[in-house]
Ligand binder design. Sequence first.
Ligand code: NAG
Ligand code: NAG
Ligand code: NAG
Ligand code: MN
Length: 588
Amino acid sequence: MRRNFKSFFKFCLISVVTMVVTVLIFRSIENSNRVPVYEKLPLAKPQSYNEKIDWHNYNLIERDAKRTGPGEQGVPAYLNSVESENYEKLFRVNGFNAALSDKIALDRAVPDIRHKMCKSKKYLKDLPSVSVIVPFHNEHWTTLLRTAISVVNRSPPELLKEIILVDDFSSKEFSKKPLDDYLAANLSKAYVIHLPERSGLIRARLAGAKVATGEVLIFLDSHTECNVNWLPPLLEPIARDYKVCVCPFIDVIQYETFEYRAQDEGARGAFDWEFFYKRLPLLPEDLKHPAEPFKSPVMAGGLFAISSKFFWELGGYDEGLDIWGGEQYELSFKIWQCGGEMYDAPCSRVGHIYRKYAPFPNPGKGDFVGRNYKRVAEVWMDEYAQYLYMRRTHYKMLDPGDLTKQKALRERLKCKPFKWFMENVAFDLPLKYPPIEPDDFGVGEIRNLGAPELCVDSGFKERDQVVRIAKCAKRTNKKADQNFTLTWHKDIRVKGKTLCFDVSDPNDKADVTLYPCHGQQGNQYWRYDVDKQHFLHGGNPRCLDCDPGALRLFVTTCDDSSKTQKWRFENVNLTMLADWDNIGGILK
Ligand SMILES: *[C@@H]1O[C@H](CO)[C@@H](O)[C@H](O)[C@H]1NC(C)=O
Ligand SMILES: *[C@@H]1O[C@H](CO)[C@@H](O)[C@H](O)[C@H]1NC(C)=O
Ligand SMILES: *[C@@H]1O[C@H](CO)[C@@H](O)[C@H](O)[C@H]1NC(C)=O
Ligand SMILES: [Mn+2]
């Protein structure tokens, strides 16, 4: 009896506690007025959670394969002389060949250039719903529609909730009622929100995100085309962990011919210390799995998928960011530093028109990009902000505006320091983009030991010219054309110019030519071996050598006994040379 009473009491207690907890949970769901509350907890899911299916739309693939016509299958297209009438005018206002766009079908077929392993990949059956957000300002009619139509056609209908086109106060007539009417009649999942004033890319994206009802937000540029089965690879990592942001591979739609082609087979996003977007090579483990998502330090910016829940936990974008610029860094740093991760998904590909030039006038707001960069640096980059300011000294004087909200967010989410990001996520960035420029390995004349009166001589030549040897100029009036620098980029630069010693010819006794420095090693990679006094070129090294009679300079197989392969480099920094492998990256 006692025992029964005890267990009855226990039962009551548990019931009451459960009820209270349930009520609290419901209250908190009601209180969070953000519509989509999205979280998948793998352990709490039914067995079907891990079931995978083939998401390909084979009917569409078959239909697309049969399409012929201008631009179909992504082959280059051209205008005939009659159609060329509008070419100039439309190119000028768009920065790409919009007249050609009008000739190409809105639902053209694009080539499936995914890695072959993508074609047999299955993805989770249970994927979240999507709102696609496309901000635009004066986008050309057909490129905008092609974006929306490719989304609708190449997305599984059960996953695509809506497409929100955000009209950032366009002045083109068709952006208003004709667009609304077209979508209502032809693309019922798409609609436009017309902003009442010019708000800029960042606030336009926010405006779309605010009204989106899908569990996942996907931001696209307004002149893009989604490729085969683009959606599931973006969604699966998010379904597994809502704090993951995923970017597609961005393919190139050529601005003149609308040819569709790959940019490359992937790279990790990064930046230099002037905040130019840069890319780092894939890691060895990434290369082993060419169809799997890989971690990327920063996004390119225009195209990405993120759960609505995580986006708003991170406060969306900083609303103080103006027009455009820096928002990709802000969001990327926030994602990594505040407990998320970012991936690129090789099996999701989206084509993008890289314009020839930006056709829009400067909005006359001064250095708004600089102010944006400073906001990002001040809030997220800690002591690393100084490296930006070292190169852009005027940032010190810029007023970034009120940062209290952003700093409070960082505090509240207990985000990690930027040092953590640099050491754990962008760990190989400083090798290629050092915060402080390392010293040069050496500078001065390069004198031959086989013919000690002769020096390497650029002859004041320009690019594509061959470098030779000449009589060493007198030390007192040394000419600039005999003064060279072996920089930390591991290239040899002509003093006062950004021309580098380049060898592209694989044949023996290949010429050394002058070519604009690219800082990417390859054909411009040189190493100085102090002990042997050799200048070695390339990864399969050949030695710098000369023919004193013909005054010819070339590279050839290294030979320790050859005197003409030995060079005295006027000033070398032995400390720097000893540290060779730790500076500027190792030649791959
Ligand atoms: C719907 O699409 C067709 C074919 O592209 C077009 O001719 C028609 O004008 C569109 N409807 C509206 C209301 O714009
Ligand atoms: C070569 O250039 C460096 C700077 O690049 C300069 O310091 C040096 O004096 C120059 N050498 C000669 C001999 O002119
Ligand atoms: C050589 O490089 C080291 C390390 O960067 C630097 O501290 C030193 O000042 C350099 N020496 C000369 C002579 O430039
Ligand atoms: Mn674009």
